[in-house]
Design a protein around this ligand. Structure first.
Ligand code: BGC
Length: 823
């Protein structure tokens, strides 16, 4: 019997075969489901340890609540249009995963941004499958290069949160292949992610997790995928249909549909031993690839190091996308005498989106803090909120809490009880610093020792005088007391709330109190979770409202204004979509008033998706900073003052209004989503539509100017061969900067109807002032091919194709025609 599996010098296939030969049917089936939320079974008999997974792609979300570096979110990484940045961020995430003892990071998300209101737009890359595919290849290579497995998600057509578990995405075969599968195909073929995650939704009437055509025929057979298909968490909803479709791994554990039920199905002949052999082999392959069977010590990795912060910082700067810069208002001069920092997102810490990608962080640095530090003491800084944008009290800031009246620490003292009613001896105490999300480390470790209720206590120190609004979101029973009086209790009516936490609605209760700045208020928060698996608690505090007039006054007095608008904590998250494209709260009114008060206003958008900007004509300078990760506040300052150049280009079209958008109409039946626009997603729609977008796909200005000229390309090429081309790029301005050369292809007189043009190659070129470079690009044969649903192939038709080179979908600089000749 072969025993090559412990030998790292043996081939992967031999090691996998060696292990498979030793496993019993029961053990194989056991490996096809998790043992717990994010871990697989270990098989002690064979020395197989338990494989561990954690969420991404913004960083490593440790389920123990350990803090990790928060990198710029997916859309920001894509906005760099720089594959080296994507792989550098991913490699850093890989090293953090090692440091946290993880083996697989559930990233990247590469679903298309079909609608501007999707709650997870921030987490994914683009509206274009070529851009998403190329960036995804780089991410997977970077992560797996560190020995950490990727999970390419969510396969497939998972483009909305509305009814995400049940919606039926109805997509015609051609649109599916050209738009919704194309990024997956490229990444699978070029980067071989060790896992692919099957999505929750139905695709054309069949659950993705039971879709044999999707999982086996296309992914495993056609694309030759040898890795493991893991279900999205709870996406498996049957035993034999899922296993037979090619689902290899049911998550989370313990098994609900696989495990004993799967074993019984095999014994009953509903699932063949050959099917199990194939499914389990893929999980075993994952285990071997993750290095679990190697004797060598695992890399120690690194966590939150200076190097990782620097990677996050450079990526955040490079992602910043300059939408408008009339009169060269940016970069701001460092010798300004006074600056007003206005807007709800100047004062808050909105680094990332919500949901499973949310990384635990200790970073509390606000945009205003980053800007103040950059400006230094010589500049007068006026700060004003302007308006609040949060429909609910935003996450509590631990700096306003202390465990004792001396303010010896930040946060609250925590106490745990074995009983559900906080009676009996407290078992353990500690300092809770994360008051605003999953109950975190405290409960995760407490669960193991059967703690059943919790108390956090200490003092609250308001920084302003006025009426404060407190909010509690909790599953189970939660009570908040201030100075001994119950401010929020479980009997209070719960606020109706469309914002869920990972798919389930968590009740929210509110209470208000008049408080005086500088005074310490005794606070107690008691909590009994609904169950050990359902333990969400979040405390929010809204500081007293401020009249908008204060902001207008500050704007009038200052030399320059930095107005930071954007999403509130609940605006962009997994679990729900937005109802419209509007910035939340009265931010548009604030923008109009501030822009009228001071023309030297730079508007900064702290969002992860396109939003409507109805005041855009009034604004000279607008910078899209995305959800920038933990170094965002310093990256913003560096870009605004010209220490770094904004390097981003839009990976998604910004429509002027939601009504303009091709997919804005909701389906009458929320359980059905017809992709009626077909191929006309994003710029593929706007290129042919009577309406112009506000900012086209690929748009982004720089602090310098570029010229793209002299397109060189053969006139005639044999169909099926790649087409090489070259252009000359010059930096004609006075500052260094980077141009993104974008190559679009349009078929003239197409046999099948085709979008007006499609992105098929790009290159990012960094040039000093006066520098000129010859840039070479290559159009692969597939760049010319539509998918033909009749034949199930990608035929390349002979004929003429226009190759358009420019700096956005709306700004083509040079073009030429190539004739593809039949071979
Ligand atoms: C999300 C996945 C995530 C998983 C585990 C699901 O709800 O859709 O993206 O990886 O949860 O947290």
């Amino acid at each position: 019997m072969t025993t090559t599996y412990p030998d790292p010098s043996a081939s992967l296939d031999d090691r996998v075969a060696g292990l498979m030969a030793q496993l019993t049917l029961e053990e194989k089936v056991q490996l096809m489901a998790g043992v717990s939320s994010f871990a697989l079974h270990g098989i002690e008999r064979l020395g197989i340890p338990s494989l561990r997974m954690s969420d991404g792609p913004t960083g490593v979300r440790s389920i123990k609540g350990e803090a990790a570096t928060v990198f710029p979110v997916g859309v920001a990484v894509a906005a760099t249009w720089n594959t080296e940045t994507a792989s550098g961020v991913a490699a850093a995430i890989g090293r953090e995963a090692h440091a946290l003892g993880e083996h697989v990071v559930l990233a990247p998300t590469v679903n298309m941004m079909r609608i501007p209101t999707w709650g997870r737009n921030f987490e994914t890359y683009a509206e274009d499958p070529y851009l998403a595919g190329v960036m995804g290849v780089a991410f997977v290579r970077g992560l797996q290069g560190e020995g950490i497995g990727a999970s390419l998600k969510h396969y497939a057509a998972n483009n909305q949160e509305l009814e995400r578990f049940n919606v039926d995405a109805r997509v015609d075969a051609r649109t599916l292949r050209e738009i919704y599968l194309a990024a997956f195909e490229r990444i699978v073929v070029e980067a071989d992610p060790w896992t692919v995650m099957a999505s929750y939704n139905n695709l054309n009437g069949t659950l993705a997790s039971e879709h044999r055509h999707l999982l086996t025929t296309i992914l495993k057979e056609e694309w030759g995928y040898e890795g493991a298909i893991v279900s999205d968490w709870t996406a498996v909803r049957s035993t034999a249909p899922a296993a037979n479709a090619g689902m290899d791994l049911e998550m989370p554990g313990p098994a609900k549909w696989f495990g004993d039920k799967l074993l019984a199905a095999v014994r009953a002949g509903e699932v063949s031993p050959a099917q199990i052999e194939d499914n389990a082999r893929r999980v075993v392959r994952l285990i071997v690839r993750c290095g679990l069977m190697d004797d060598a010590p695992r890399p120690v990795g690194e966590l939150r190091t200076t190097r990782h912060k620097a990677i996050a910082f450079e990526a955040a700067c490079e992602a910043m996308t300059l939408l408008k810069n009339d009169g060269e208002l940016l970069p701001l001069r460092s010798d300004v005498e006074s600056v007003a920092l206005i807007g709800p997102n100047a004062a808050r810490v909105l680094l990332q989106g919500g949901g499973s990608s949310q990384v635990t962080t200790d970073s509390l640095r606000t945009m205003a803090e980053g800007l103040r530090d950059r400006l230094g003491p010589g500049v007068t800084v006026l700060e004003a909120l302007g308006v609040d944008n949060d429909p609910f009290p935003p996450p509590a800031d631990r700096r306003q809490f202390s465990p004792d009246p001396e303010r010896s620490g930040e946060g609250l003292a925590s106490t745990f009880f074995e009983t559900a009613d906080l009676s009996g001896e407290p078992n353990r105490t500690g300092l809770e610093r994360h008051l605003m999300r999953w109950v975190s480390a405290a409960i995760a470790s407490a669960r193991r020792t059967a703690y059943a209720s919790f108390r956090w206590s200490g003092w609250y120190w308001p920084e302003k005088t006025g009426v404060f609004e407190f909010g509690l979101r909790a599953t189970g029973q939660a009570t908040l007391r201030l100075d001994g009086n119950a401010l929020i209790s479980p009997d209070d009516p719960a606020k109706p709330d469309r914002f869920d936490v990972m798919g389930s609605l968590v009740p929210r209760r509110l209470g208000s109190a008049g408080l005086v700045a500088g005074h310490g208020y005794r606070i107690e928060l008691d909590y009994t979770p609904a169950s050990a698996e359902n333990d969400y608690l979040a405390l929010g505090v809204r500081t007293p409202a401020e009249p908008m007039t204060r902001a207008i006054e500050a704007a009038t007095q200052a030399d320059a204004v930095i107005l930071v608008l954007g999403s509130a904590a609940v605006t962009e998250a997994e679990g729900y979509d937005r109802a419209d494209m509007d910035l939340p709260g009265e931010q548009n009114a604030l923008a109009r008033a501030v822009l009228a008060a001071n023309p030297n206003t730079v508007v900064v958008l702290n969002t992860g998706s396109p939003f409507a900007l109805p005041w855009i004509d009034q604004a000279a300078a607008v910078l899209q900073m995305w959800l920038p990760g933990e170094t965002g506040p310093d990256a913003l300052a560096a870009v605004l003052f010209g220490d770094r150049a904004p390097g981003g280009r839009l990976p998604v079209t910004f429509p002027e209004t939601f009504g303009d958008h091709p997919a804005h109409r909701p389906n009458a039946d929320p359980l059905i989503c017809d992709y009626m626009e077909g191929l006309a997603i994003g710029y593929r729609f706007y290129d042919a539509a009577p309406v112009r977008p506000l900012f086209p796909f690929g748009h982004g200005l720089t602090y310098t100017s570029f010229e793209i000229s002299d397109l060189r390309m053969a006139d005639t090429v044999r169909a099926g061969e790649p087409v090489s081309l070259g252009v000359t790029v010059s930096n004609t301005g006075a500052r260094p900067g980077a141009e993104v050369v974008q190559v679009y292809v349009a078929q003239l007189d197409p046999r099948l109807p085709r979008p007006p043009k499609e992105l098929k190659a790009f290159a990012k070129v960094r040039l000093d002032p006066g520098e000129t470079r010859q840039v070479k690009l290559m159009l692969e044969p597939r760049a010319f091919a539509p998918y033909d649903p009749e034949t199930g192939t990608w035929p390349i038709d002979a004929g003429d194709y226009e190759v358009l080179v420019g700096r956005s979908a709306g700004n083509i600089q040079v073009k030429a025609t190539v004739r593809l000749e039949a071979c």
